[in-house]
Design a protein around this ligand. Sequence first.
Ligand code: NAD
Ligand code: ZN
Length: 362
Amino acid sequence: MEKLQVNIPHKAAYSYDILIGTDLLAEADEFVRQYSKANKFLIVTNETVAKLYRDLLNIDNAFWLVLKDGEEYKNFDNLKLILDAAVEHRLERKDCIIAFGGGVIGDMAGFAASSYMRGCDFIQISTTLLAQVDSSVGGKVAINHEHGKNLIGAFYQPKLVLADISTLKTLDLRQLKTGLAEVLKYAFIEKSCAAPLYYRLFDFLQQNKKDIFDMKPDTMAKLVEICCTLKACVVNQDETEKGLRAILNLGHTYAHAIENLTNYTVYTHGEAVAMGMKMAFNLSMTRGLIDKNYYNQAMELIESYDIAPKGAVFDKEKFYDEMFLDKKAQNGKVRFVLPDSPYNVLVTSDVEKQQVLESIKL
Ligand SMILES: NC(=O)c1ccc[n+]([C@@H]2O[C@H](COP(=O)([O-])OP(=O)(O)OC[C@H]3O[C@@H](n4cnc5c(N)ncnc54)[C@H](O)[C@@H]3O)[C@@H](O)[C@H]2O)c1
Ligand SMILES: [Zn+2]
């Protein structure tokens, strides 16, 4: 088992550990008690995860709340169900809400924990690759509003994140790939994260594709460890996205437009991110920020993981409006994260419309 530490500067109370390993569910009771003084636990999960793993997760003094599965349930109604359960079971402030599932459950249960009694203990037991490499680290918690994704939320750090690699084996290929899109993202931003160690994630992804798709436990554990370390490193430097944290949005300016244009029903988040990263590389290339060699290598790596669907065609003007109109109306700026040398990115709002339009191609 690997143990990583997330240290939010000036907030010693908000530092926490990430435990990564296989068959951790069986030992979860021991871990959660080590990290929380709670007497009672409310385990929030969904029907899919409960069916697969409820029997493996034995935590004493725990109440279970099993919600419906799907992004469309990350809403006020289900937030209320969590808070109702906390009230019904008379959880106190030192008690603990455990999110057991992917990013949807993690975001929603975390937001419930941030507001229940102005903040009770919170633990993430993440079961998707996306949650293990991305959403469970960094403290962003939220629900969706009918007018926007993750519109209502908070920054709220867990007491512990448990990433049991063994749970990944039941993910379907599409869910695995959606997590892998975020993993690729870390490869392209690795240098900008300024982590103490240089992992060469890009090379690792080039060399270990077969083991990754076979979900070899050691390989997956290493991937999760590298990505969590990089994300933790960025979050430690900029918890609330005042600067550096924006680099985690490589490909996401485009991806959000794709998701909005297709009402979140056509592509998974990772598929949209993979397409978005290609577009970001196109823009970098047009602007002369990177050379053809790195551009080709990066595009080949994205292609080789076969995440971005082939043949997607977008109305470029609509796409552009989707990216810019909302933000302009709010006097906001659209930030682009652009590769500017191997494994390094810059963040800029200074882009030309024509170049952005040209970059919208796959
Ligand atoms: N907080 C953050 O920083 C952050 C970052 C990225 C994404 N997110 C959020 O995360 C969410 C997406 O997360 P996700 O991709 O994990 O989606 P998800 O939670 O919907 O999980 C994907 C699917 O996999 C199923 N599942 C979960 N674990 C499984 C397992 N071990 N085996 C088989 N199936 C399993 C789920 O039931 C679901 O059907 C979005 O709501 C997004 O906004 C948050
Ligand atoms: Zn993402």
